[in-house]
Design a protein around this ligand. Sequence first.
Ligand SMILES: [Zn+2]
Length: 384
Amino acid sequence: MPIDTLQTTEWLRQLVCIDSVNPDLDPSGAGEREAAHWLAAACRTIGLEVEVHEVAPGRCNTIARWRGSGGGKSLLLTGHIDTVSLKDMVGDPLDARIEGDWMYGRGTYDMKGGVVAALSAVDALKREGFTPAGDLVLGFVCDEEYASIGMEHLVTKVRADAAILTEPTDDRVIIAHKGFAWLTLTTRGVAAHGSRYDLGADAIRAMGNLLHTLDGMERDILPRRTHALLGRPSVHASLIQGGLGLSTYPDACTLRIEHRLLPDERGDVLLDLWRDALADWQARDASFRGEVTLDFTREGYELPADHAIVRAVQDGLVRVNGAELPVGGVPFWMDSAILGAAGIPTVTFGPTGEGAHAAVERVSLASVFRSAAVLAEAARAWCG
Ligand SMILES: [Zn+2]
């Protein structure tokens, strides 16, 4: 599959030079409007039908369609165009400088390299004279790094028989990732002078009980569940607050915790688990007062390893690299869960690099070309 490496490098350089920092993460961030319009223009130059949707002020998605001739399966190639902050980076974060095979800069690896690989794959199929039977759609979304409002919007505009999310996977085919849940535990006490044990009730000591419960979950209960690609679920304490002064019984204590979940686990089940723990402590000590809220949760995702879109990407890898790699899972959450929940089976595959969210970020240009070739092979097999 002949990828235009000069064009691909220039596209990536131009896209990296555009500030698309997520403004919900860093208020000085530019948002995705300029990057979305740049992508729209690039998609028009290769002959696609383009729409830009302003999902929220300054927050844009780009959708580009290559209509199929009919009767084939449709495919969505998708990725996010927002990045994390430019602060604390070494050197100019937006200069897209190239040293050998590496392009440096914020978003090169996470994930403008994958976005441009998808664009370049469609360009290669266009130049080859390929005619898809099913629609081939590019969907570039805002806000993955914060609340995924872009992907939530995209799935209301695009239907597809499968999707390939081109997040950087270091050339691996990823079929599973974990979910997560944020909960707040609160214990209640009674404020009183530190000498008045007869009047005061210590909310922080009561929270110690719940930390003991969390310790038992993390040590004994959660390790009993394991997933072949994702390991075990986990829980940890994130933030704790409480107390009024050195000589005062604390009236309240709040603990924010995070659970990381296997694909078959749900956040609302955790709410029941913690309510049971609160009831247990209350049964042991009638003065114990506590409550729990589920603040935010995202489910994990898993696609069967024998799904046809997994096969299509693996076959593409064999054609481009000569061999496939074992399918894998990643511990962190991705937009693929939203695609999956919308009924679009999704596999994740993208370039190699390092430094996502770090002070030095870079992507291997050769891996961007390779990803583009694999995506083109997979799209030709799937949509043909
Ligand atoms: Zn990413």
